[in-house]
Design a protein around this ligand. Sequence first.
Ligand code: HEC
Length: 487
Amino acid sequence: MGSPLPLDPTKMKKSNLLLVVLVLALGLVILSYQLNKEPVVDEKIVNGPTVDEPVVDRPGEATYPKVDFMYGFEFPGDWSAVPVTEFTAFYPATASWQWLKSDHPGSGGLNAGMGCNNCHTGQEEKLGNSLVSGNNKFGLEPDPIEGKEGYKNVKAQAAYDDKKFYLRVEWESERPGISHEYWRYNGEKWERWSSNKPGVLKAGKMPSYEDRFAVILDDKNVPAYDGANIGFEQVGCWQTCHNPMRNMPGEVSKDNAQAGIGKEDVRKYLLVTRTDYTGTDGNWADLKSKEDLDQLLADGKFLDLWMFRAARSGPIGYASDDWVFDYRDADIGGKNPFTTPEQPEFMFNEELLGFRAIPEDKFESKLLEAIMVKEETSVGFGPTVVPMDKNAEFKEGDIVMRRILQEPTENRKDIRAYSIWENGRWTVTFVRDLDTGNANDKALVEGNKYNIGFGVFDDHTTTRRHYVTLPMTIGIGVDADLKAVKI
Ligand code: HEC
């Protein structure tokens, strides 16, 4: 005698049947409520409670496949015939311009017109190892990151032809940092979850922040401040680094930045854009008049900044096209290669990829699939997303990325970057017109020498947690620290 299904109505008493119908109806009501529920966004950024140990830190435990964002790019010359120059970038901790000019034992030298290289050439490893440690003798690292390396070696090659300039750089990065901030569904709503170290670990959230390679280029030896006898040639990127910037000792609050300079924060800037340069607060709010700034710009007193962003530009074959003047910003005019939405606007295209979100415990193994591109781009990659469906079901721990990639436009599309990460090593080739014709870019001219600095970001870090080179030079067909050869 087979066991009857509990729901077989022919075998049930009427009262039992009524109960089953009621339970089913209730179930349907709950289900339809769940399906119609709108994901609610928690806009709080990572400032949670401080914990001693990271709750999760899966990065580093996985092994990663090759990442290939070359898109068929072929260098028109032969890289094996182009000389390789090695540079060492080191961790600067909080050594700001204001520190260098005050408590730094070399401040007298700087006042006398000397440059960093007069005293520190060849010391990069030593400097970096000292600065990355919580025991730095000048107290320059108040919040060390465990296991962080003090320096990073960079191999660089440069070349040019009649129209274009090519820079190829190689450095080690344990994990391909091709992921950036994301939203996580907590079972009820979407939350901003991932961000950069070390803050994100203290908040008990997941580190996820892109690897980057930045190039700062100077053609006018922009003075370190009004009337200075030193400029980018002597002091390099340090002339852009000040106490009031994000994650620096004198960090300015959002409200104050808004009131003072009409921005949400203080980023790299040049003291020549300020009316004074002597304040320990970096004179961040003392902006010169619009006429004075326009004049400086017309005189070329700004720095060009190129940035390969492994999550926000590399996957579609670009570097972001930025500049440093009164603020660090994208070139004026056009769209960035990425967006910065305040809501999860997109989910993955399930028809194309087989998923609409990535479960967090699969995040590392699905890194390469976790790239959200809004539209078809010039390299043929995308779209990979569809608009967020408010009725779609998500599970706790589901992830969608925050930054959505898009084809950059106008003045922000000048720099292509083709990249490969393999066996713990990035190789990135920047390609740009020698002269873009854009007022926020520096033109490169055969026979000239330029000042240049590199910055390398890895290990889910940002702002000051990068590696920086001492000032160096690049020659377009002429001798320099890095010589670009004609192909
Ligand atoms: C006139 C020589 C001189 C010049 C120029 C100079 N420095 Fe220094 N710097 C020193 C000396 C000396 C020390 C102390 C070294 C020590 O105690 O180990 C020092 C220390 C430092 C430290 C701290 C190192 C540590 O171990 O914590 C940093 C960072 C630094 N210098 C960066 C720079 C930068 C960047 C420049 C250029 C903008 C520069 N210095 C220019 C002489 C100089």
